[in-house]
Design a protein around this ligand. Structure first.
Ligand code: PGA
Length: 251
């Protein structure tokens, strides 16, 4: 059966000391009251090597928010999937809408990143989702289908290591959440696309997370949907109490 997962995306927040303090606090809180789902925190690159040794890996997985689309070499400022893995991180967010919009990451670039992540035993948390104009034009299904091309070139074995995250761009950081019905409808559609490509068993085993203004007060009704297998959490992952409140939606 597929896993329920709550993953935090710290984005470009917290300096090193603040990040270490948050990871420690979360580790204490979740060690005292064990989660009923997998928990992952995705941090800026510079935090990874400090955060991985201070969290109990049986309770909290650690991931990066991006990795390079090249193996190694003269790519000033880039961080490779191998470097991420060498910190002890096990996950990497790829295809976040902020990366697509501000850093022009295309379907092809993301396909390279996904392959390199998998080659280095990192589990990609692969994000898809439409912008407001696309939702208003009722084009969300074709948008997510096109974005999935980056992972649909994988073998079934490799695809089964991918976690999908549906994040409507109009809901990210806006306080505007998709309704549980909107989330369920498109998650079921995404799962049907996976089934068409890889078969029903792979589709049933794929975790599909919801992201976009998810908070303790709405997590339970979002995660109650049969095709919503947890969340990718931005703002609310920056406070241990809020993040724990979302994790507790699975209790
Ligand atoms: P948000 O961000 O929870 O702050 O809306 C979610 C995300 O971008 O992953």
């Amino acid at each position: 059966m597929r896993k329920n997962i709550v993953a935090g995306n710290w984005k470009m927040n917290k300096n090193l000391q603040e990040g270490i303090a948050l990871a420690k606090e979360l580790n204490e809180v979740l060690s005292a009251d064990k989660p009923n789902c997998d928990v992952v925190i995705c941090t800026p690159f510079i935090h990874l090597a400090s955060v991985t040794p201070i969290v109990n890996s049986e309770i909290i997985g650690v991931g990066a928010e991006n990795c390079a689309d090249k193996v190694s070499g003269a790519y000033t400022g880039e961080v490779s999937a191998e470097m991420v893995a060498s910190t002890g991180a096990q996950y990497v967010i790829l295809g976040h809408s902020e990366r697509r919009a501000y850093y022009h990451e295309t379907v092809e670039i993301l396909e390279e990143k996904v392959k390199l992540a998998l080659a280095n035993n990192l589990k990609p948390i692969f994000c898809i989702g439409e912008v407001l104009e696309e939702r208003e034009a009722n084009k969300q299904n074709e948008v997510v289908a096109a974005q999935l091309a980056s992972v649909f070139s994988l073998s079934a074995e490799d695809f089964s290591k991918v976690i999908l995250a549906y994040e409507p761009v109009w809901a990210i950081g806006t306080g505007k959440t998709a309704t549980p019905e909107q989330a369920q409808e498109i998650h079921a559609y995404i799962r049907s696309l996976v089934a068409d490509k890889y078969g029903k068993e792979v589709a049933e085993n794929t975790s599909i997370l919801y992201g976009g203004s998810c908070k303790p007060s709405n997590a339970k009704e979002l995660f109650a949907n049969p095709d919503v297998d947890g969340g990718l959490i931005g703002g609310a992952s920056l406070k241990a109490a809020d993040f724990k409140g979302i994790i507790d939606a699975f209790k």
